[in-house]
Design a protein around this ligand. Structure first.
Ligand code: FES
Length: 207
């Protein structure tokens, strides 16, 4: 009799314990972290690739938008004082820091790159001979940079320029590096040379 009573007591006790455990389990928040599926994983990779691509594109855009050279630095826009402009037909004005010569010819203003088109020496203006002469192999060039003689394959290269007048108008070099014809009736307020873009000098035989 006592055994039967004890058995019922044990069963009741186990049932009570099970009930308590169920209550505790239901009271705790269930935290279930599902592992990403293969498709979600590919989405993540694709998103990261797009973000990287966009970042690179933005960086390249910024790189090209901002000038790489400061004004007055070789490779960038180089200001030239209009007061130093030589008279038409007179010897050129050399600007060593900009590596160019300002030649004011009878046909207009030209900026000549000061490096020989043969092997890169520095031709000098020789007043007695009224021409540029290269000290290395003897190439010679006119005031407007056209080829005269020697091993140079062409005339001196040119830099484009912009002339600003005090009335706000401007005149600039054409795409072929042609001389800029100045208006004698207007006052020049600024001359800007683009040392970042070089136009090939005229072929041999050009005048
Ligand atoms: Fe000028 Fe050769 S480098 S002629």
């Amino acid at each position: 009799m006592a055994t039967a009573t004890q058995t019922r007591g044990d069963a009741a006790s186990r049932a009570s314990i099970a009930k308590t455990e169920t209550a505790v389990a239901s009271a705790q928040p269930s935290v279930q972290v599902a592992a990403p599926t293969r498709r979600e994983f590919l989405y993540y990779i694709w998103g990261a690739s797009m973000a990287l691509l966009f970042g690179q594109f933005s960086a390249i855009t910024v790189w090209f938008l901002f000038p790489r050279f400061k004004e007055g630095e070789f490779g960038g826009i180089f200001p030239f004082d209009p007061l130093e402009l030589p008279a038409a037909g007179s010897p050129p004005q050399s600007v060593p820091s900009g590596r160019f010569h300002v030649s004011n010819t009878e046909n207009g203003l030209i900026i000549l790159y000061g490096v020989c088109t043969h092997l890169g020496c520095l031709p000098k203006w020789v007043p007695t001979n009224v021409r540029f002469e290269c000290p290395c192999h003897g190439s010679k060039f006119n005031l407007n940079g056209t080829y005269i003689e020697g091993p140079a394959p062409r005339g001196l290269d040119r830099f484009p320029l912009v002339v600003e007048y005090s009335d706000g108008t401007t005149v600039e070099t054409g795409s072929g590096g042609e001389p800029v014809v100045l208006d004698p009736a207007k006052a020049i307020s600024a001359i800007k040379v683009n040392t970042g873009r070089r136009v090939s000098g005229p072929a041999r035989g050009s005048v």
